[in-house]
Design a protein around this ligand. Sequence first.
Ligand SMILES: *Cc1c(COP(=O)(O)O)cnc(C)c1O
Length: 394
Amino acid sequence: MNDSTKSVWGGEEKYLIGGSTQVPIVSSVVFGYDDVEEWSDVILGKKDGYIYGRYKNPTVEAFEEKVRVLEGAEASVSFATGMAAISNALFTLLSPGDRVVSVKDTYGGTNKLFIDHLPRFGMDVSLCDTTDHEAIEKEINKGCNILYLETPTNPTMKLINIARLSKAAHEAGAIVITDNTMATPINQNPLQLGSDLVVHSATKYLGGHADALGGVICGSKDLVHKIYEYRMINGAPLDPNAAYSLIRGMKTLQIRIQRQNENAIEIAGFLTKQPLVEKVFYPGLPDDPSYELAKKQMSGFGGMLSFSLKGGLEAVNEFLPRLRFAHLAANLGAVETTVGPVHTTSHAECTLEERRAMGIPEGLIRYSVGIEDSADLISDLKQAFEYIENKTIV
Ligand SMILES: *Cc1c(COP(=O)(O)O)cnc(C)c1O
């Protein structure tokens, strides 16, 4: 199966009951048995089956299967949100005294876990300069239980070489986790590059319609089962209604990502020619520092970009409300273009100082390209630029 076929058919067959062509929403929180022995076998794991919604649910499993097929993984487990997936993975695999090596540019919530929460449990976290691979390798060699990567990063679209750092981490005996939310399995498969686990905020591109929260982790049976056992107790399973929305959204994943890849390249090119634009961050631009790695590691450059305006935050505040085909909202990866300043979106959890330390300019706009016609998006941007240009002249 190729990606578009996997998106449509992947993982569904087993769950199409009674001749239904769509995976049904099983909303029951418990599952009953006529035979007590069979019930007991399921509880003991001797037999496959469902007991209680916090453990397993058929609609939720169908979603997990679809992602598993797309990531080419052995196993997968889902969560109520992307952050639940990330924190469950970390708290399953870490113990006091353990050490995490990661980068400064991870998602704001993940960064908060690293700075505020893991240290409370006696875990040491070392956050390196995101693109300084030598510095990351040095930190790994000091001792490392988990190497946590995210590539491309949100919002400055920096890339990390997964294959190179996974090799270093494995030599140090560490487990590698990669947040693949930005790239999606259509543009990048971290497991094939050496990562042990891949995590997604399904809320973003996987669902694609900004109408369901979710998270998912894929990897080896052993690791995923460990995380699943922790989730059973910790809670935060994916809701079956959300699972259904995510499954429906994922049917168009390949076709959406293809369109978003194409739109983003056009828009990034347009933005580089705008006199009011200070800098464009997009790995698909040939002079972007991540361009060569992106060509090697990814099969598409993605639908996310960011750019800063010469007038700083003041210009951003004037510019954004002029856009007609863009929601001003803290989301990304949806069919509609979504836009926002960084301090209210990906890094709302962080202080100004923390954002500065991460190298995020205050006048930065995060632009998540939708599946609209690129000519319409470009003329929309054009009229907003003209507005602020005229305003400065007046
Ligand atoms: C949004 C996001 C998350 C968190 O996902 P939620 O579903 O909002 O909990 C994690 N990583 C990245 C890269 C994200 O963009």
